[in-house]
Design a protein around this ligand. Sequence first.
Ligand SMILES: [Zn+2]
Length: 841
Amino acid sequence: MRKLISVTLLILFLYPFASAEVTNPEEFLGFKVGTDQKLADMHQIIDYFQILDQESDRIVVHEVGKTTMGNPFIVAIITSAENHKDLNKFQRFQQLLADPRKISDQEANEIVSTGKAVVMVNCSIHASEIGACQMSMELAYDLATAEDTLTKEILDQVILLLIPMHNPDGIQMVVDWYKEHLGTKYEGGSMPWLYHKYVGHDNNRDWYMFTQVESRLTLEVHNAWHPQVIVDMHQMGSNGARLFVPPYVDPYEPNVDPILRQEVAMMGTFIATELTAQGKGGVVHSMIFDAWTPARAYHHYHGGIRILTEAASVRIATPITIKFENLSPSMREPSVSMPLPWKGGQWTLKDIVDYDYAAAKAALTNAARLRENWLQNFYKIHKKAVTRTDPPYAFVIPAEQRDLTTAIKMLNVLRLGGVEVYQARTPFVVEEHEYPAGSYIIYMAQPYGGFAKALLERQEYPEIREVPGGPLKIPYDVVGHTLPLLMGVDVIQAEKPFEVNAELLEKVEKPKGKISLVGSAYGYSWGHVTNDDMVALDRLMEKGFSIFWSAEEFEANGKTYPEGTMIVENREGLMEELESIVEELWVHFDGLWARPGVQVYALRTPRVGLYKSWSASMDEGWTRWVLEQYEVPYKSVFNKEIRQGNLNEMFDVIIFPDLRENMIIKGLSETSVPPEYAGGIEEIGVKNLTEFVTNGGTVITLNGSAEFAIKHFRLGVENSVSGLSRKEFFIPGSILSVLNDTSHPIAYGYERDAALFFRRSPAFAVYEGTSVARYPTHTLLSGWVTGEKNLVNKSAIVDVPYGEGKVILIGFPVLYRGQSHGTFRYLFNAIYYGPSELIGN
Ligand SMILES: [Zn+2]
């Protein structure tokens, strides 16, 4: 008895310390999460999670890898201590349910009854939407320490993969900027640069191309665990709903399984119900956000629901006040999609943290309580996928490709998404056409066949109008995403089954290049057709070799070489360079015994400037990224330098990424950014640029920035689609057909027919200069077009001579989100063509 009492006393005595064993966020940070004007930065968040890893047996933190800027990218795995002992088993269960070819229905049922639901919570992918990453510390702490029934149920039934920051680099930038301007009139304002080194807000448009490091790191976690539920936490504008949750609005991309669509709706409304029950007003569903583009929804093709949450923003961590009457009108009346309006008043970081916390907790609750349903349906979705018999049967990627390296890149992108790629060992016939051995095959009956299909087929965006006869309802994002068209890869859609001897590839390797006629006296030629051909050019230019583009076709070695053939003259060290190039790149060099007797463009190493506005342009970031990937050297050029002049001394080519004319000329105002970032190139900058081009420089404008060049260089070119209403002309991000003038150096290496991505783009009527590419009568390849006739015979690329130099208008997103590999070469060509010189034979 005495012993029992002392044990009880001991328990009572120890109890307060039992939870104190785990440091809470306030103890660590020195302030409560969500306190006005207080933010934890990247280092603090990482350090705090390391503490949780050490202090709690419910949390294990892994560093998945390093971010773009070299910071740790972490994931916290949170579940009961008991479950942690069996993580490998539960992971294996997930993998089996995701591939029903490996188990029987009976085995699946056993896993369903003993497995765990897996939930991923991805915080603050958009770094300025910072509430969720702050909240992640609270959520983790509570799950590490709480002993209530619900928490225990969640920990028992669910494995949570918590990514506290999808973009740690950006969180650090945003917090640093915020702290630096605290107490000034710029407090809570936006940064004059991107919150991801290269892609800014587009880091959330990367979920099928996986161009960025953070996308790939998240994919690693996702593909190891196959979560059933993914909560993707964002923030939006301030005057609408307090929190958006799904259901989404139409349209859904057709390859998303109907079971999954219902699950999205069920989870979304469950979260909305929980928040409403807690008295949290202004929670809305079934608005604004659709589920068309896979660029934001990898999960929808991998058995997991993407629950987008969008909380109303404050000014980073500075509270705002919104009067009820200033809320958008639909937010002031109860409706089916928002039965409890928010009353208005002060809205703070803490409110965002609380709403986000409640949403994450609700998702975990639902996953725990309906664990078996989640697992069963997850299995069913994949069972349907692997037993699919609907056409198409497969996609064939013939081994004979103009740009085989890019075709292989496309296959490897699909493989990152879990798609199985087969290769034919012998020739085979599909619908009466024979394909060679070595061709690739992607069958539709496989776990992620739907993902492959969505990316390989052409999109027919549905006609959803605002009102009958009215304009198309604006899609949330772009509507065309056919990779073979974007990347310039030949792909055949095979409707019916065919016979072939093919094997599943462990990896898809690219072939090496080759050098023929080694020892030729004059030099070597190579193609102008592939992106690898361009990288070979960059490398040889960088080493200072003399390089030409033939301006006419020529005969040598008993064959005909087309216009645009690249030629490098012999010099010491050339052979070593060529040998190292063909080891790595798919480039074929042919020896030449004599200099071809035709006109050539003599190239010079272009000194490239890339205009960088303080408006934090994503297109500028993507341009940097692509130029770096393809080894084109460049320097950023700022307003100040353009205003200073003497541009010819520094640059041969200046590229203007997609920007509005007003942003280039006037820039941002001092009311929104500190004085050193305010202003644009101004009138003096225009004068300096015209001088630059007059003296032989080249200005290249991308997409919308053509407007700037047309106006200020007073070009004889007109944007013939400006001023058209949305009812007359609307292309919400589609893939169009274009006809090249293949004799123009900017279109060297292209065939007459090509595809490009069109979004918020001009279409040129050309009264001066040369049209390099024009739109045909029927131009839509994938997506949606209203008012196709407005494009007929209008130009997509124009080369306008100006003084000694050139203004080149590329009137579409030529490097679109790092995806349009098929059009990259237009820009590379323009860069080299600009400062080149046409010389006789
Ligand atoms: Zn966002």
